[in-house]
Design a protein around this ligand. Structure first.
Ligand SMILES: Nc1ncnc2c1ncn2[C@@H]1O[C@H](COP(=O)(O)OP(=O)(O)OP(=O)(O)O)[C@@H](O)[C@H]1O
Ligand SMILES: [Mg+2]
Length: 237
């Protein structure tokens, strides 16, 4: 069953076309990765899907429902959460407050508390820092917090924009295994944008390659790992 379907999406910044007739599919329960060089349009694509910017034309379907005209709020309510590039936690707020904000669509205080406990179980490192100001967390801890915040809305699909960026190798490993766990334990569908193509292709089921705003290649992630062109352009081989 398809969870997310993007059809013929065209996005412009003024006269510059950032996405050119982009189409792709994300099957429910899978990890799909979108790889591409700096400036390829990966962030623009995630921003368009989660309604932070609007497309000039094209369709975005979430569980069969067209969402390209909806607001960020409505899309979150339909089960999509987005962990933005560069983490973007609320630096002045505590770990707890950041997480609670992630559940803003949930008005039932008890349900929020229960979710918070679930998150702390998964992220003991955040629990230890529950009252710490988010801006004073390490880069890796901020990334965990950004992911935890997104999970607070109990999404059925999670969009992740370069979660491993700028992290030490040990944290990179942790983030990728966390993404796999979220997918396996909660059956959460994942759309993962990464520059660490090797890692991303290693954990994903399906993959798409974006170049200059266009999807130029797609297939099973494990096949792309072996693809000579992909190896040359993205895997440093
Ligand atoms: N707000 C904006 N106004 C004008 N141009 C923009 C804007 N945001 C992005 N662009 C341009 O759109 C293109 C795609 O940018 P985007 O950030 O989507 O790429 P990316 O694949 O996420 O790159 P990176 O790997 O560096 O994060 C780039 O040429 C960029 O300069
Ligand atoms: Mg980007």
């Amino acid at each position: 069953m398809e969870c997310l379907k993007v059809q013929d999406l065209n996005v412009y910044y003024g006269v510059i076309q950032a996405l050119k007739s982009v189409s792709f599919l994300v099957e429910a329960g899978t990890i799909v990765t979108l790889i591409g060089a700096n400036g390829a349009g990966k962030t623009s694509l995630l921003h368009t899907i989660s309604a932070l910017i609007s497309a000039k034309s094209g369709k975005i379907l979430l569980n069969g429902k067209e969402i390209q005209k909806l607001s960020v709020d409505e899309i979150v309510r339909l089960g999509m959460a987005h962990v933005p590039e560069g983490r973007r936690v609320f630096a002045e707020l505590s770990v707890r407050e950041n997480l609670e904000l992630g559940a803003y669509i949930q008005k039932d205080k008890k349900a929020v508390q229960k979710k918070l406990e679930e998150i702390f179980e998964r992220f003991p490192r955040l629990k230890e820092r529950i009252n710490q100001q988010a801006g004073t967390l390490s880069g890796g801890e901020q990334q965990l917090l950004a992911i935890g915040r997104a999970l607070m809305s109990s999404p059925s699909i999670l969009l992740l924009d370069e979660p491993s960026m700028g992290l030490a190798p040990i944290f990179v490993e942790e983030i990728f295994s966390l993404i796999q766990q979220i997918n396996q334990d909660d059956k959460t569908t994942i759309l993962l944008v990464e520059q660490n193509a090797h890692k991303a292709l290693s954990i994903a089921h399906q993959a798409y390659v974006l170049e200059n705003g266009e999807i130029v290649l797609s297939g099973k992630a494990k096949d792309l790992l072996e693809d000579p062109e992909v190896k040359k352009a993205y895997l440093g081989a």
